[in-house]
Design a protein around this ligand. Sequence first.
Ligand code: PLP
Length: 423
Amino acid sequence: MSQAPDRGVAERLDAADPLAHFRNEFVIRDPAQCYLDGNSLGRLPLRTRAAVLRFLDEEWGGRLVEGWQEWIVEAMRTGDLIGRTVLGAGPGQVLATDTTSVNLYRLAAAALDARPGRGTVIVDAANFPTDRYILEGLCAERGRTLVILDNEDGADHERITPARLAPLLGPDVALVSLQVVQYRSGARQDVPGLTALVHAHGAHLLWDAAHAAGSVPLHLDHWGVRLAVGCTYKYLNAGPGAPAWLYIAHAEQDRLQAPIQGWFAQADQFAMGPHFDRAAGIRGHAVASPSIIGLRCVQAGVSLIEEATMAACAHKCATGTALMVDLVDAWLTPLGFTLGTPREAEQRGGHLSLHHPDAALISAALRQRAGVVADFRRPDAIRVAISPLATSYCEVWDGFARLRDCVASGAYTDADLGPGTVT
Ligand SMILES: Cc1ncc(COP(=O)(O)O)c(C=O)c1O
């Protein structure tokens, strides 16, 4: 058994943390709670509350319909902010809009239409359910075959190496869809390597970066990524249901046909002409009136990262998850846990996956009795995350100490699993 880092280690990490003061930027109702679920829903930034109130009072309330003079470009303006702050994307390639699911559908449909002679779509078995369901539906609708890459065989924490993907690729593959950071295991994929491999076969590769945006460095332009989607309510702290984003590299924007021809993509929107005439560039992939309140939330959350810098956020995720790995080795492995996430920082995101046969009960007991918020993912994983602006190292250490005590004492076996609708 390895020696556990004592609490002084976490205290010293906090004292030296250049991001520590950002914790004061968030609503923290219960300072004793260990909130380790920022990979599911980030905390509420104080400035979001202020921005929404300002929007209501001054913009909607004050300017009424005149507000659209500025709001009309808000999805693109916010997309550029996300692009330069988080995605490594130059201007004019990101829209802040809709949900990850809807954006995935739109880009996958456009990618399939761009490869009419090819009949195969590839997705990994461990991909997020909505991605798999949407691709299943699209394949049924358009007469394509969905091939599932099996990365749930316990090997390599769901990582997809080029050697694993290559045998499935060929001239019939139209589209491959993968996650940058696996939602369950937390493993990070080799984005530039896999992108180059898939593109070399003439197929599109659509990345879901929901768990990567705000936790790891992304360089979409530099890596040659053409299509990506993600959400803003996790590490970007924009709130439940806040607008998601989509990225289409410049080179693809006018080649891809948008599956929904909405008026926000019309070249001369207010001419109200009889036929659709798509605007050039990323605006040609917009659809309709965006939620301006939602976009204000996205701007507030991402502005915090802009001040902190993405490099510092990624560094804290790497350091915080390394602290977690040390605590797993020292405390949790002897209690029957196994680590479901790569040990190398550059192969993971901001969360760890901890396997235990009683994971569902333990996760419930942590929330109900120990003031620790993590989450449970079937079949046997507890996910624990560090959200770099809002989580302190001591919060991580304390959360793990309570997890250890909860399991060691057996004080979880009678936890209430409830109706089980949301885990
Ligand atoms: C990786 C990933 N993709 C897609 C989604 C679905 O996002 P939405 O409900 O915003 O469409 C989630 C939600 O957590 C996710 O984690």
